[in-house]
Design a protein. Structure first.
Lengths: 627, 386
C-alpha cells in the first residue's frame, strides 16, 4: 500500500467508529427485543389472546307452553328476515330502492335502516325487514342477483298459535327494557325476549334457559374468523298449563260474542284452571314481532280495555252471587233457621231509607232456599240487619274474597270486602247499617274478581275446602320447574249441612221452573248444573227514576247498563267444575251470563267423558263430605 | 481478508465490461438476496399464504432491481462523479415540482405521477445527496475542510432538500436527509466540536421548531411518549406492535401462525410493521437472524468503503451504507416502541416498489465502488492511476 493520506486515515478511523456505533445501536435493539420477547413474553401472550378471542353468548331456545294434554300454546317459530351487509353492496340506498319493489318499506323503516348503517360496522348485517312471509322470502331469493349484499337470515321468534284466545293466560314476550337489564349478558342479546305478561312473565326465569357461549376468534375489526370452542346452552324448560285448549278456545269464542266479558272455569278439587278468558283480547304475536305504535295506542284507548285480564284484574260488585256468603254467615251465627220465612213486600225501610227488592211487587214469604232461588233481596236485607257487616265479611274472606287467591298470573287483584274497621281506617267514617244491607246483596263497597267468584263457588261445592286456583301443573323452585305435589287444602270449617242448604238453593236457581236461571239450565240430568245469577248496578238508581218507571235495558247507554254475572257448577250430583262469568254491562245475569256458563259447563262435562282424566279428589283427612 | 486482498492484475480504468462483471461483489449480492428473501417469505405470510398481492410483485421488482444494480455497478465510477451535480439538480427540481404540482397522497405531497410510474423525488434525493457531497468533499484537502467557509456550500446542499421535504410535510425523511448529510461531513473529517455546536444549536431550536409541527406530527410524539394514553387512536399501532412482538416469545408462533398479524390487529404489516410480523412468527431468534443479516451487510459495505482508493468512492459507499443503517434502525426501533411512529420502511424487506428500486440502485453504487476500488480519481476528477 502507498502512504495513506490524512484524509484516508481520518475516514477509516471515523468509518470504523460509525460502524461500531451502528453495531452498538443494533445491540440496543437486541436488548429491547429480549425484553419484549423473553422477559415480558407472557404478559404479551395474554394480551394477544384477549385481543383475538371474543366470547359470544348463544341465546337458548325459550321453553314452550303446553296445555294439559300437551297441545302447544306458545312455541318458537323460525322466522325469516332479510338483511343487508353494507360493505357488500355498492349503495345501501340503491339496494333499498330495489328491495322496495319487492317488499313495501315505509319511510320510518328506511330511516331506521340508514341510521343503523351509519352506526354499525360495515360488515355487520342490518335487518331490513323481519317476519317475512314465504312469498316474500322467495321473491327476494329470485331477485338475489340484483341485490348484492342482501341475504335471508333465519332466527327464532315466539309464536302463539291460538293468538287472542289465550292472550290473557300466556301473556306475551317483548325485548327487555333498560329497567329489565340486571347485568345478565343474556338480556343484552339482540334477539332476546323476556316475558312481559301472563305465564310468560311469571315463569320467565325457567322459560329462559341458560345461555351457551361460543369463543370466536376475531380479527382487529371484530370480524369472526373461526369458532374455537362452543358450550351449548340449556333450552328453557317447557311449562305445562292446566288449561284445556279445547275448552279455552270454546270459552274465548263464546265470550267474544259479547262486547266485554270474562270467565274462569276451575276444577273444584284441584283448583286447576281449565279455561280463563277475558274479552276483548289482543294478539300476543303482535308483541313478539314488535307491536306497531298505532295498534298499541288503539289497544290502550279501547274503552273495553283489551289489554287487561278482567278475569283476574277486573273488580266488580258481585251482586246476588254474593248472597251465599250472607246466607252461610247467618246460618253459622244462628240468626235464622233455614226454614224460617221472611216476608218480602218489595222493599224494607231502615230509618229514612227505603231498600228495594229487584222484584217490584215483592216475593211474599220466602225461606233461605227460596230466597236464593228467586234472589230475593229483602230476605238478605233482613239477614244483614241481624248479622252486621263484620260477620258477613268474615265468611266471605274464608271463601277467598277480599284477598288475592294466589293464581300464577300477574295483575291479580284482591277485590274488597268491607268491614267496620276498614271503613274507619280508609274513609274515616263510621259504618252505617244501611251499608250492611247493600253489602249483603253484593253491592256497595263489595268488589270481587271473576276468579275469586269461581274460587268461592269451588269452595262451596267441593265440601268446603280452601282450594286455590292455579294455571300450571308444576311450580318453580330455584329457577327450575318441579312437578307439584298433590296439594291438600285445609277445610274452611263450614258445616256440610249448611253447604247442603246453599247448594239446594243454587240447584233451584237453575233447575226450578221459578228459578232465576231456569231458561239457562242443562236439560241432560247427568250434566245438570247449579248456580247463582247476579246483576250488579253500575250506577245508583235514583228515587226519581224509580218513580218514573225503570228504563228498558236497551234504552240505557252501554256504559251505564248493569253487569251480568253468573257463578255455576256441574254436575250437581258430584260437582267437578266451577265457573264464574261476567258480562260487562250485559244487563241481567240470567240472560247474559248464565247461558255462557251453561255452554262451558256442558262442554267441559262432555269432554271429560270423551277424554277422561282421573278425578283428583281433595285429600279427605276423615272429614265427611258434603255431597 | 479475501475481500481486501484480491489480486490487482488489470488497470481498473481500462477493464472490459466482462472483467467488470467478474469484479462485481457477488457475496454482497448474495446477502442482499437472503435479506430480500426473508422479505418475500414475510410478505407471503402477510397475505395469508399467498404470493398475491405482495410477495410476487416484490420478487419481480427485486429481480429487475438486481439487474439494474449490476448495470449501475459496472458503469465507470467517474461517470457518477461527473454527473453528481446533475442528478442532484434533477432531484431538487423534482422536489420543487412535487411542491408545486404534486398529487395528494397519504395526507402529504410526496409523489410525482409521471404517468408510467409514480416517482418519489425524496428517494432520488437521498442518493443524489450522497453523490454530490461525496464529490464535494472529494475535492477538499484536509486543511480546507478545517476552514468553516468551505462547509457553507455543502450545508446548503443538505438543507435545501431537507427544507423542501420537511415542507411536504415528511419530517421523518427530512431528518434522514440531514442525518445522511451529517454522516458525510463526519466521514470527510469535519472537526467533532463543530458537530457539537450544530447539535447544541439544534437542541436549542427544538422548542421553536415544535411550533411548526403539524398536529399529527405532534400527536405522534405524544403517542410515542405515552402510547397507552390513546389505545384505540394513535397509540394503537405501537401497542399492537408490542403485543405482537412480545407474544412471539423466544421461538415465535411459527411461519404464517402469527395471530396478531394474521388477524389484522397489526396495521400495515406488509410495510412499516413487517419486522413485527416477522418477529411474532419467528420469535426472538428469528429477529436476531434478521438483525445479524443487517450487521453483516453493514460490515461488508464498510469494508468496501475502506478498501476504495478514491475519497469519492469511500464517502459514497459509506454514506449509502449509513443511510441504509439509519433506515433499518429507525424502522425496528419504531416497531419496538423505542422511537415515535414515522413512516420508514424496513430496507429490502418491506413491501414497496420505489424503496426497493432506490435501495438496489444505491447498492449498485456501493458495488460500483468495489468494482472500481483501485481507481484513483484526482482532486478535480482526472484519472490518477495508482
Amino acid at each position: 500500500m502507498k502512504r495513506e493520506n490524512p484524509r484516508t486515515k481520518i475516514f477509516n478511523r471515523r468509518a470504523a467508529l460509525l460502524v461500531g456505533g451502528q453495531v452498538g445501536l443494533f445491540g440496543l435493539l437486541v436488548g429491547r427485543m429480549y425484553f419484549l420477547q423473553v422477559v415480558e413474553a407472557e404478559k404479551y401472550k395474554v394480551l394477544a389472546d384477549e385481543n383475538r378471542i371474543n366470547l359470544r353468548l348463544l341465546a337458548p331456545p325459550r321453553g314452550r307452553l303446553l296445555d294439559r294434554f300437551g297441545e302447544p300454546l306458545a312455541m318458537n317459530q323460525l322466522n325469516y328476515r332479510v338483511v343487508v351487509v353494507p360493505e357488500q353492496t355498492g349503495s345501501v340506498a340503491q339496494t333499498l330502492d330495489v328491495i322496495s319493489h319487492i317488499l313495501p318499506l315505509s319511510d320510518s323503516d328506511r330511516r331506521r335502516i340508514m341510521r343503523e348503517v351509519a352506526r354499525k360496522r360495515r360488515f355487520l348485517p342490518i335487518t331490513i325487514k323481519d317476519n317475512l312471509t314465504w312469498e316474500e322470502v322467495s321473491a327476494i331469493a329470485v331477485n338475489a342477483h340484483d341485490l348484492p349484499g342482501v341475504s335471508i337470515e333465519s332466527g327464532s321468534s315466539r309464536f302463539y298459535p291460538n293468538g287472542p284466545e289465550l292472550a290473557h293466560v300466556v301473556g306475551y314476550v317483548a325485548p327487555p327494557s333498560e329497567a329489565d337489564l340486571t347485568g345478565d349478558p343474556l338480556l343484552e342479546l339482540p334477539d332476546f325476549r323476556i316475558g312481559r305478561n301472563g305465564i310468560e312473565k311469571v315463569y320467565d326465569l325457567a322459560l329462559r334457559g341458560k345461555a351457551g357461549s361460543s369463543q370466536i376468534e376475531v380479527n382487529a375489526a371484530g370480524r369472526p374468523i373461526r369458532e374455537l370452542a362452543r358450550v351449548e346452552g340449556e333450552s328453557g324448560q317447557d311449562v305445562v298449563l292446566t288449561i284445556d285448549l279445547h275448552l279455552q278456545k270454546m270459552l274465548a269464542q263464546r265470550l267474544a260474542q259479547e262486547r266485554s266479558a270474562a270467565a274462569v272455569l276451575l276444577d273444584v278439587h284441584t283448583g286447576e284452571v281449565l279455561a280463563l278468558a277475558s274479552s276483548p283480547s289482543y294478539d300476543p304475536n303482535e308483541f313478539s314481532k314488535g307491536i306497531s305504535p298505532s295498534l298499541w295506542r288503539a289497544l290502550l284507548r279501547d274503552e273495553r280495555h283489551p289489554l287487561i285480564n278482567k278475569a283476574v284484574s277486573g273488580q266488580y260488585a258481585p251482586g246476588s252471587t254474593f248472597k251465599m256468603m250472607t246466607a252461610l254467615a247467618a246460618l253459622e251465627a244462628g240468626v235464622i233457621a233455614p226454614e224460617t220465612h221472611v216476608f218480602c213486600r218489595g222493599w224494607v225501610e231502615l230509618g229514612d231509607n227505603r231498600f228495594h227488592c229487584w222484584k217490584r211487587g215483592g216475593h211474599g214469604a220466602v225461606d233461605m232456599v227460596d230466597s236464593l232461588k228467586h234472589s230475593c233481596d229483602v230476605y238478605f236485607y233482613e239477614l244483614a240487619r241481624r248479622l252486621g257487616i263484620d260477620r258477613i265479611a268474615q265468611m266471605a274472606r274464608r271463601f277467598g274474597l277480599g284477598q288475592t287467591v294466589g293464581i300464577d298470573l300477574p295483575g291479580e287483584r284482591a277485590g274488597l270486602i268491607p268491614t267496620r274497621d276498614w271503613k274507619r281506617a280508609t274513609l274515616g267514617q263510621p259504618w252505617v247499617q244501611g251499608e250492611s244491607l247493600v253489602a249483603a246483596i253484593g253491592q256497595g263497597y263489595v268488589l270481587a274478581t271473576p276468579l275469586q267468584l269461581a274460587v268461592m263457588t269451588a269452595r262451596l261445592v267441593n265440601g268446603g275446602y280452601a282450594v286455590r286456583p292455579r294455571l300450571t301443573r308444576d311450580k318453580i323452585i330455584d329457577r327450575q320447574i318441579v312437578e307439584r305435589e298433590p296439594e291438600t287444602w285445609p277445610s274452611i270449617g263450614v258445616p256440610p249441612q249448611h253447604l247442603a242448604i246453599i247448594l239446594r238453593g243454587m240447584h233451584g236457581v237453575v233447575n226450578d221452573p221459578r228459578g232465576t236461571a231456569f231458561r239457562a239450565r242443562i236439560t241432560d240430568p247427568e250434566f245438570a248444573m247449579g248456580g247463582k245469577t247476579g246483576t250488579s248496578q253500575v250506577r245508583r238508581i235514583t228515587a226519581e227514576e224509580r218513580r218514573n218507571g225503570l228504563r228498558k235495558p236497551d234504552e240505557i247507554p252501554w256504559r251505564e247498563r248493569d253487569h251480568a254475572l253468573f257463578v255455576g257448577y256441574a254436575p250437581v250430583n258430584n260437582p267437578r267444575y266451577a265457573v264464574a262469568v261476567i258480562v260487562e254491562h250485559g244487563g241481567g245475569g240470567s240472560t247474559a251470563a248464565a247461558p255462557i256458563a251453561r255452554d262451558i259447563l256442558w262442554e267441559a262435562q262432555r269432554r271429560a267423558r270423551e277424554r277422561p282424566e282421573p278425578l283428583t279428589r281433595v285429600a279427605e283427612k276423615g272429614t265427611e263430605r258434603a255431597l | 481478508m479475501s475481500l481486501l486482498s484480491s489480486q490487482v492484475t488489470t488497470r481498473r480504468s481500462q477493464m472490459t465490461l466482462l472483467q467488470k462483471i467478474g469484479q462485481v461483489n457477488w457475496g454482497l449480492i448474495f446477502l442482499l438476496t437472503v435479506l430480500a428473501s426473508v422479505g418475500f417469505a414475510a410478505l407471503y405470510s402477510a397475505a395469508g399464504g399467498s404470493f398475491e398481492p405482495w410477495a410476487g410483485r416484490q420478487m419481480i421488482r427485486f429481480a429487475v432491481g438486481v439487474v439494474l444494480m449490476v448495470g449501475i455497478a459496472v458503469i465507470d465510477l467517474r461517470f457518477w462523479y461527473r454527473f453528481a451535480y446533475l442528478f442532484y439538480g434533477v432531484a431538487l427540481v423534482l422536489l420543487i415540482a412535487v411542491e408545486v404540482a404534486g398529487s395528494i397522497g397519504m395526507g402529504a405531497q410526496r409523489w410525482l405521477d409521471l404517468g408510467v410510474i409514480q416517482l418519489q423525488p425524496s428517494e432520488l434525493m437521498k442518493i443524489s445527496l450522497v453523490l454530490v457531497l461525496a464529490r464535494y468533499f472529494h475535492g477538499l484537502t484536509i486543511e480546507q475542510i478545517a476552514r468553516p467557509h468551505y462547509l457553507i456550500w455543502p450545508a446548503l446542499l443538505v438543507l435545501a432538500p431537507a427544507a423542501l421535504v420537511a415542507k411536504q410535510p415528511d419530517l421523518g425523511t427530512a431528518i434522514l436527509i440531514m442525518a445522511t448529510g451529517g454522516t458525510l461531513f463526519f466521514l470527510a473529517g469535519v472537526r467533532l466540536w463543530k458537530f457539537g455546536i450544530i447539535i447544541a444549536a439544534t437542541v436549542a431550536a427544538i422548542p421553536i421548531g415544535w411550533q411548526f409541527l403539524r398536529d399529527y406530527q405532534k400527536q405522534r410524539v405524544y403517542t410515542f411518549l405515552d402510547p397507552e394514553s390513546d389505545p384505540l387512536g394513535a397509540g394503537y399501532h405501537i401497542i399492537q406492535s408490542k403485543i405482537a412482538l412480545g407474544s412471539g416469545g423466544l421461538w415465535g408462533k411459527g411461519f404464517m401462525q402469527g395471530t396478531q398479524s394474521q388477524l389484522q390487529f397489526l396495521p400495515e404489516k406488509q410495510t412499516d410493521f413487517i419486522f413485527t410480523m416477522f418477529s411474532e412468527e419467528m420469535g426472538f431468534f428469528g429477529g436476531l437472524f434478521l438483525l445479524g443479516l443487517y450487521v453483516l451487510i453493514m460490515l461488508y459495505g464498510t469494508l468496501i468503503a475502506m478498501r476504495s482508493r478514491s475519497q469519492f468512492g469511500r464517502l459514497m459507499a459509506m454514506g449509502i451504507m449509513t443511510s441504509f443503517f439509519i433506515y433499518a434502525f429507525i424502522n425496528m426501533a419504531m416497531v419496538m416502541g423505542l422511537l415515535p411512529v414515522v413512516g420508514v420502511p424496513l430496507p429490502l424487506v418491506s413491501y414497496g416498489g420505489t424503496a426497493m428500486m432506490s435501495l438496489l440502485i444505491a447498492f449498485g453504487l456501493v458495488i460500483n465502488v468495489y468494482v472500481h476500488r483501485d481507481l484513483n480519481i484526482g482532486r478535480r476528477g482526472q484519472l490518477e492511476e495508482a
